[in-house]
Each structure stands twice: as structure tokens, then as C-alpha cells.
Design a protein around this ligand. Structure first.
Ligand code: NOJ
Length: 761
């Protein structure tokens, strides 16, 4: 046995050695190639590589680049974004490769956020699947389609931790938890990049927005961020680090400031943490004009902020052209060094080398592949599955769901037959005309014995300011020519004739996403009025909720019979929704963010601190950390989500109750499907250290497993708790585990857990 072990270790050692040797040889070859190239480059050409431009299209700022063709020809552009399609990309690449002096190819980026042509659920929805292989596959499909469309670089994953649902961009991330967020960051990077960036179905990922963009004060987009280092390291930075550990090729700096220094010019973030502490080897690109926005932040004129950003560790300037127009002068004036320019240029060229662009600049420009690989039936099927897994069943009184495939359904609400709003924010290449509405999905799935009575019932909003602001990029909220009362009357008449009402309510797609913060996150008044009228009919009302953020729904939770949160499900929206409504798929999604009872509770998150005056059940409230007018509980906690079946949990059984040094242990929990349907359950594990030198969170997710149980079936789920799971950042920002007592909590959400304890000696 000992000999076999030795033999295996030797083999392992040899293969690691040979891998290291091959990588080393590849690096030597790359370095030589780039050094040779750079020796021929003028200063202007080097600075040109640091310039990222867009000719327009789907842009997120008021500035677009001018004179793009000429700039490419003159060697003043390193990459292009905002265009797609093999032909267009070939044309632009031709200018660089055939007409610029050194023939250096461009790379081509786009905001491929939750799918390219086949649109998957918005990232917040996808995160509620807690299904890493599936999430990885959605990124892989997005990469395949994007690469077939000529692209080699995508601005995803967005991994900003967000505890404030007023912030519209909460829709683009994975919610509030660093552990879940890190797992998802890893899965997405692997899905996009695969093992080989030169393959024709992979793209370079760009993790964003580094850093802490999700902590904008008051949930207002682009607003100030101020945060302690401990909080940053413990709760906000882990997902970015996970992406770096997974080998992400690029990082996008964020719009916000941190410690009074805009992230785009923040040396602590871009160099000390990212490169020195985490060993990041790729390049850093700014966000859209975030370089020149440092002028508005108040840190200097364009020349000053550009020099500061380069020195801080920024390599590429998106659209602001601060590098292009001022770095030469700064170098002449000694404000930046030649080495700083060279380092940034080298990183951009390395990325191009790793993408294989110097061997074949047109490797993603194959028009035939584009038509074969994009929006295929199997991609649509993957989107439908992903959507079904992302839905969260919030309430299901009297088991009203799943619906019977017979009888009369009143299908009402502004989102019931609405193609324009199924895809959610960021769907640059998605086509509304190809997505499936709820009305269509029900027709496809319900069969001939179901009679559907449709009534729109309300506009998404009747508020003129909300309508105008939401519709800035296109008409997502269309206002019916009938009065609100006429629409409600029609819906109530349909409800009165039906056995059950399915009310499709919620937000328009662009009520979340960039520059889409809201101070009021409840249902719009128009829809609230409709829902009240429907509930007054006494018919069971199933709310199908479309949303890009947690919303405040206490009245709805009390009065609706059932609520299914479908986020923005993507291309196959209606089919996926109908599958779940009629029980073809039993919902299994679990929330990745807490739903507050009201906006006054924000920020509300499960991994909060205990405080010196916690509120315990049965205690009086006076002199406790609480409110006079609302409890401390969220409406729905992190990790929450129902199923058509029910699950029971045993107490967790620990393999040891005392450990020492770097020892680990296991926690085993038996989960039983006690209901009437087969179903999936996300079994969650949380840890809590009783006393530590830094105040611990009341619980912290450290593991989860998604399991399938037939009705009546039981399974044992075993979690390994490793030494690293016990670690946290101490006041020296060192990752440590401190001896003490730990609670291990297991359950189906962060509130409903059973506990066992162990001691670390
Ligand atoms: C601004 C957004 O913040 C970012 O997420 C996006 O990738 C860039 N614009 C490029 O469109």
C-alpha cells in the first residue's frame, strides 16, 4: 500500500513538474514574441494599445468614440467593443491587421451578461438555482454563441455583493453572500474561458466591477462607497478573488470611490490587493469613461487622473481617451515612467497572444459557424431549464400550485402577454420577437382542457416619472388607451368566470440594471390596485412575479394565494413558467438575497452581526437593536424557497466534537422528502463562531448541496468542514482560525436551521 502511495505521489509530482515546465516554456516563448514586437513599437503605438473604443450601439454613457477607423489605422486602438457579427468584426480587424503599421490585431468585447443570443435568466435569478454545473453551462453556451458572433471578450461575470435592493444593478450579480457569490464567479469564469482561450468556442472573461460597486450609499447607482477593510475582505472581496483564482483574464475597475479614491485610480485595489496579494496576471480595464469621471469625483484634470490611474495599475482606458491624449505628455513631464506604459502595453499584448490572435486574428470570424451555433434548439432548451431552476416559490397556500390541466384560468396582468419584458436587463443581442410570453407558454403546455381568459388589467406603471425614466432606452412600459378602471373591470370579469387567477405582475425589465435604482421597491400602484381587486373576487390568486431585485411585498404575501418569483427568465420565459405552474417541473430555487419587509430595513442580510443588544424572542424590545414599527426579520430570508413537496431535516451529526490544529470534521444531515412530489432541495450549511477577536456574523454560509429526492426518499448529505472554513480576517487583515466554540447549522434556508456544536482547541 505504502509503495502504491509513493508511486502515485511520484507520478503526481512528475506531471506537476512537466506541466510547470510546459507553462514555463510557453511563457518564455510569449515573452520573447512580445518583447520583439514592443521593440518595434513607438511610444504612441504603445499608448494606442491601452485605448478601448466603441463606435456606438449599446453604450452606457453619453460619450462615444469618434473617428474609429482612422484611429485603428494609426495604431491608436487596442480593442473595440459594442460591435458584433463576423462580418463587421472582420472589417474592423482588417483595418488593424492589414492597414496599421505593425499589424497588431484588435480584440473585440461586448456585454454578454446572461447569454448572447439565447438569453438565460438574469444573473440574480440564475444565482437562485444554486446549481454550479448548470450556471457554468450557461456561460459556456454564451461563450460559444459570442465566439461564433466574432467576439473574444465578454464583460462578465459581475460579482458585486449587494445588500441593498434599491440598487438596480443587484439584478446583474449573485446576491448578498460571499460564499455563494464566489462559487458562481468560479463557475462563470470556467464556463466562458474553458481551458484554452484559443479555442473557437471560448472567450476571455472580465470580472467586474472591481471593487465594492454594490455597496453604493442609499442604493443609488454610481454613488460613494465607504467601507472598513475588515468588511471588505470578509464579505465583499471574496467573489472577485475567486474569479482571479479561477484564472479570469481581465478585471474591470468600478465607477465608485473606495477610501476617497476612485477605484479606477486606486492603487490599493488595483495593485496592492489585485496583483500583490492575489497574484493577478491579466489586465485591468476601466469601466465606461470611469477614467475621465475621476475629474467629476474631484481628483484632478484629465492628465492628472490618467497618470494616477496608470500608476495605480489601470492598463486599459474604456472610451475616455485619457491615456491616448495625455500619457505622452505625462511621460515627457516625468509624471509617469516608460516602464509603467510598457507594463500596461505588455499586459494587453499578452492577452491577445493568449487568445491566439497573433496566429489567426480572424479565428472567430466564420459566418457559417455563426448561423449554425446561435440560438439553436438545444441552447433554447438549456435556457428553459435554467429558467425553471431559477424560479423561487415564495408562497403556496392550500397547494394551489401546481395547477390542474383543466378548468378555466384568468390570465391577467401587464406582464402576462408581454414579449418586450421577458429578457431582463442587458440583453444586447437578445431579440424580443423570439421570446415566449406567459400566454404563449400556457398555450403550449396546458393542453386543450384548459380555457384561458386573458385580460391585461393594468399598466406596469401609471407614474409618469417612472414611465419616462424606464423607457429611456426603449418602450418597456406602454400605456393602454383604456382607463385603469376599465382594465381592472375587464380583469375582474375574467376572474369571476375562472377557477383560478394567474396574475403576472412586477417590474419592467429596465426598472433594474444600470442607472435603475428605485427608492420604492414595492409593486407599482397600478398593479397594487389590480391585485386588490382580483383578491376581492375571492378566487385563488397566483402571482407570477417578474423582478430584478428583492421587492417589498408584505401585503401580497399575506393576501395572494401563491407567489412564484420568476425574475426575468430569458428567451424561453413563458414555456418555463408554464412548466412550473402546471407541475412539469417542481420549483427548487432558493433566494440569494433577503427580501425586506419594507425599505426602512435596508440594508438587511442574513450574515449580520449580533450587536451588543440583540433582540431575542420573548425579550421585551426596549433598549434592543430593533425598530418600533417592524420586526427585524426579513419577509423572506436568504436561502428561502418552497417546493411542491416538503422536506424534513434531521439534526446535523458531527464526526467530532473537538478538533485541533488544522483538523477538519464532517457534518451529516438526513433529508427526507415528506410530501407528494419528487423534488430537488438545496441543503445548506452555515457556521458561527461563538467568540472571536473580530465580531463574527450570526451565521455564514460555508457549504450547500443540491439533491434530488423521490417522494418518500431519504438521503444523507455529508459536508466536509475544513480548517479554511473556520477562518476569517483579523484586525491585521490576516486570514486566521481562532480556537473556540462553533455552531454548525444545517437546513433548507438561513432561518430554519438545526444546530450542533464543536470546539476548535
Ligand atoms: C458600464 C457598465 O458599468 C459595465 O458593466 C459595462 O460592462 C460597460 N459599461 C460596457 O458597456
Amino acid at each position: 500500500m505504502k509503495k502504491i502511495c509513493l508511486f502515485i505521489s511520484a507520478l503526481l509530482f512528475i506531471s506537476i513538474l512537466s506541466f510547470a515546465q510546459t507553462t514555463y516554456q510557453q511563457d518564455v516563448k510569449m515573452n520573447k514574441f512580445i518583447s520583439d514586437l514592443m521593440s518595434k513599437m513607438t511610444l504612441d503605438e504603445k499608448i494606442g494599445q491601452l485605448n478601448l473604443v466603441t463606435p456606438g450601439g449599446a453604450v452606457t454613457g453619453s460619450v462615444v468614440s469618434s473617428d474609429v477607423d482612422n484611429k485603428i489605422r494609426n495604431g491608436q486602438v487596442g480593442g473595440l467593443f459594442g460591435i458584433n457579427g463576423p462580418d463587421k468584426i472582420r472589417q474592423a480587424q482588417d483595418i488593424a491587421v492589414k492597414n496599421s503599421r505593425l499589424h497588431i490585431p484588435l480584440f473585440f468585447g461586448l456585454d454578454v451578461i446572461h447569454g448572447h443570443r439565447t438569453i438565460f435568466p438574469i444573473p440574480l435569478g440564475l444565482s437562485c438555482s444554486w446549481d454550479m454545473p448548470m450556471i457554468q453551462n450557461t456561460a459556456h453556451i454564451a461563450a460559444t454563441e459570442a465566439a461564433a458572433d466574432g467576439l473574444n471578450w465578454v464583460y462578465s461575470p459581475m460579482v458585486d455583493i449587494a445588500r441593498d435592493p434599491r440598487w438596480g444593478r443587484i439584478a446583474e450579480g449573485a446576491g448578498e453572500d460571499p460564499y455563494l457569490g464566489s462559487q458562481i464567479a468560479t463557475a462563470m469564469v470556467r464556463g466562458y474561458q474553458g481551458n484554452d482561450l484559443t479555442a473557437n468556442n471560448t472567450v476571455m472573461a472580465c470580472v467586474k466591477h472591481y471593487a465594492l460597486y454594490g455597496a453604493a450609499e442609499a442604493g443609488r447607482d454610481y454613488n460613494t462607497v465607504d467601507m472598513s477593510r475588515i468588511k471588505m475582505y470578509q464579505y465583499y472581496l471574496p467573489p472577485y478573488k475567486a474569479a482571479v483564482d479561477a484564472g479570469v483574464g481581465s478585471v474591470m475597475s468600478s465607477f465608485n470611490e473606495v477610501d476617497g479614491i476612485p477605484a479606477t485610480g486606486n492603487k490599493f485595489l488595483l495593485t496592492d490587493v489585485l496583483r500583490t496579494q492575489w497574484g493577478f496576471k491579466g489586465f485591468v480595464v476601466s469601466d465606461y469613461t470611469s477614467l475621465s469621471e475621476m475629474i467629476n469625483h474631484g481628483t484632478g484634470d484629465l492628465q492628472t487622473v490618467s497618470a494616477n490611474a496608470l500608476k495605480a495599475g489601470l492598463d486599459m482606458d474604456m472610451v475616455a481617451e485619457g491615456f491616448l491624449n495625455t500619457l505622452k505628455k505625462s511621460l515627457q513631464e516625468g509624471k509617469v515612467t516608460q516602464k509603467q506604459v510598457d507594463d500596461a502595453c505588455r499586459r494587453i499584448l499578452e492577452a491577445k497572444y493568449k487568445m491566439g490572435l497573433f496566429d489567426d486574428a480572424y479565428r472567430h470570424c466564420d459566418a457559417q459557424r455563426a448561423s449554425a451555433a446561435i440560438l439553436t434548439d438545444s441552447n433554447r432548451m438549456a435556457s428553459r431549464m435554467a429558467a425553471e431552476h431559477s424560479f423561487v416559490l415564495l408562497k403556496n397556500s392550500n397547494n394551489v400550485l401546481p395547477l390542474k390541466k383543466s378548468g378555466t384560468i384568468a390570465l391577467v396582468g401587464p406582464l402576462a402577454d408581454n414579449q418586450r419584458n421577458m429578457l431582463g436587463t442587458w440583453n444586447i443581442r437578445g431579440e424580443y420577437s423570439e421570446d415566449i410570453t406567459v400566454a404563449q407558454g400556457i398555450k403550449n403546455i396546458a393542453g386543450n382542457d384548459v380555457n384561458v381568459l386573458y385580460a391585461r388589467g393594468a399598466n406596469i406603471s401609471d407614474d409618469s416619472m417612472t414611465i419616462a425614466n424606464t423607457n429611456t432606452l426603449g418602450k418597456e412600459i406602454d400605456v393602454d388607451s383604456r382607463t385603469p378602471q376599465q382594465m381592472i373591470d375587464e380583469a375582474v370579469a375574467a376572474a369571476n368566470k375562472a377557477d383560478v387567477v394567474v396574475a403576472c405582475l412586477g417590474e419592467a425589465a429596465d426598472m433594474t440594471g444600470e442607472a435603475s435604482s428605485m427608492s420604492n421597491i414595492s409593486l407599482q400602484q397600478s398593479q397594487e390596485n389590480l391585485l386588490q381587486a382580483l383578491i376581492a373576487t375571492g378566487k385563488p390568486v397566483v402571482v407570477v412575479l417578474f423582478n430584478g431585485r428583492p421587492m417589498t411585498l408584505p401585503w401580497e404575501n399575506k393576501n395572494a394565494t401563491a407567489m412564484l418569483d420568476v425574475w426575468f427568465p430569458g428567451t424561453e420565459a413563458g414555456n418555463a413558467i408554464a412548466d412550473v405552474l402546471f407541475g412539469n417541473y417542481n420549483p427548487s430555487g432558493k433566494l440569494s438575497t433577503s427580501f425586506p419587509q419594507n425599505v426602512g430595513q435596508i440594508p438587511i442580510y442574513y450574515n449580520h452581526k449580533n450587536t451588543g443588544r440583540p433582540l431575542h424572542d420573548g425579550d421585551g424590545h426596549k433598549f434592543k437593536s430593533d425598530y418600533l414599527d417592524v420586526t427585524n426579520e426579513p419577509l423572506y430570508p436568504f436561502g428561502y424557497g418552497l417546493s411542491y413537496t416538503s422536506f424534513s431535516y434531521s439534526d446535523p451529526v458531527l464526526s467530532k466534537t473537538t478538533i485541533s490544529g488544522t483538523e477538519g470534521l464532517t457534518a451529516t444531515v438526513t433529508v427526507t422528502n415528506t410530501g407528494n412530489y419528487d423534488g430537488e432541495e438545496v441543503v445548506q450549511l452555515y457556521l458561527h463562531e461563538k467568540y472571536a477577536s473580530i465580531t463574527p456574523a450570526v451565521k455564514q454560509l460555508k457549504g450547500f448541496q443540491k439533491i434530488f429526492l423521490k417522494k418518500g426518499e431519504s438521503k444523507q448529505v455529508v459536508f466536509n468542514i475544513n480548517h479554511s472554513d473556520l477562518m476569517f480576517y483579523n484586525s491585521d487583515l490576516k486570514l486566521v482560525a481562532e480556537p473556540g466554540d462553533f455552531d454548525v447549522m444545517t437546513g433548507g434556508d438561513s432561518r430554519d436551521v438545526k444546530t450542533a456544536s464543536f470546539t476548535l482547541k
